[in-house]
Design a protein around this ligand. Structure first.
Ligand code: IMP
Length: 183
């Protein structure tokens, strides 16, 4: 099986296979179904990177729930800029709700810290974060809300399954890591 892919100028190698991702997501959903039993959570996915994860996760959720999508523009190239520029689509119905934020990846955590601050202003009953990927070595802030993590991965740039490298690679079925990058 050919496991390397080229995206723009960089070569990537297989990190997580489609089947492995699917199995982990089913387990994450089971955990959420148990933890939120008898509640009606509001899932808020962070676009664009989480679109496939959100879709696959929601297919396994059997709770009465609502789904919303927000968009934060802050990231260019292969390293986090650390500055959040803009946020769109924050739902109005957050007050008193149990919020589950669905994200593709937590890198420095700065994007999530910003999103959390905006959500807390709207007085939710509770907030947890559910991220498919997490780079513990890159984390720069405390994120006690990060309760559900699919995979802890090394501090390397990844693409595929919704994640892009300068706009490309979101449609790859597996997740790949950069073989060599200048960070
Ligand atoms: P953070 O603010 O540093 O945690 O970065 C969060 C955002 O940066 C994610 O939502 C992704 O859009 C993007 N990002 C971080 N690391 C990667 C990566 O390895 N590949 C693709 N996008 C990434």
């Amino acid at each position: 099986m050919e496991t390397n892919v080229q995206v723009h100028d960089k070569e990537f190698e297989l990190l997580l296979e489609e089947d492995t991702i699917a199995k982990r997501i089913r387990l994450m959903a089971i955990q959420l179904n148990v933890d939120y039993e008898n509640r009606e959570p509001l899932f808020i996915a962070v676009l664009n990177g989480s679109f496939l994860f959100m879709a696959d996760l929601m297919k396994e959720i059997n709770l009465p729930c609502e789904t919303e999508f927000i968009k934060v523009s802050s990231y260019h190239g292969t390293s986090s800029s650390g500055s959040v520029k803009d946020m769109m689509g924050m739902p109005a119905n957050i007050k008193g709700r149990d919020i589950i934020i669905v994200e593709d990846i937590i890198d420095t955590g700065l994007t999530m810290q910003y999103i959390l601050a905006e959500i807390y202003k709207l007085e939710p009953a509770s907030v947890t974060v559910c991220s498919l990927l997490f780079k513990p070595e890159a984390l720069k802030v405390e994120l006690p809300e990060l309760t559900y993590v699919g995979f802890e991965i090394p501090n390397e740039f990844v693409v595929g399954y919704g994640l892009d490298y300068d706009g490309l690679g979101r449609n790859l079925n597996h997740i790949y890591r950069a073989i060599s990058i200048e960070k």
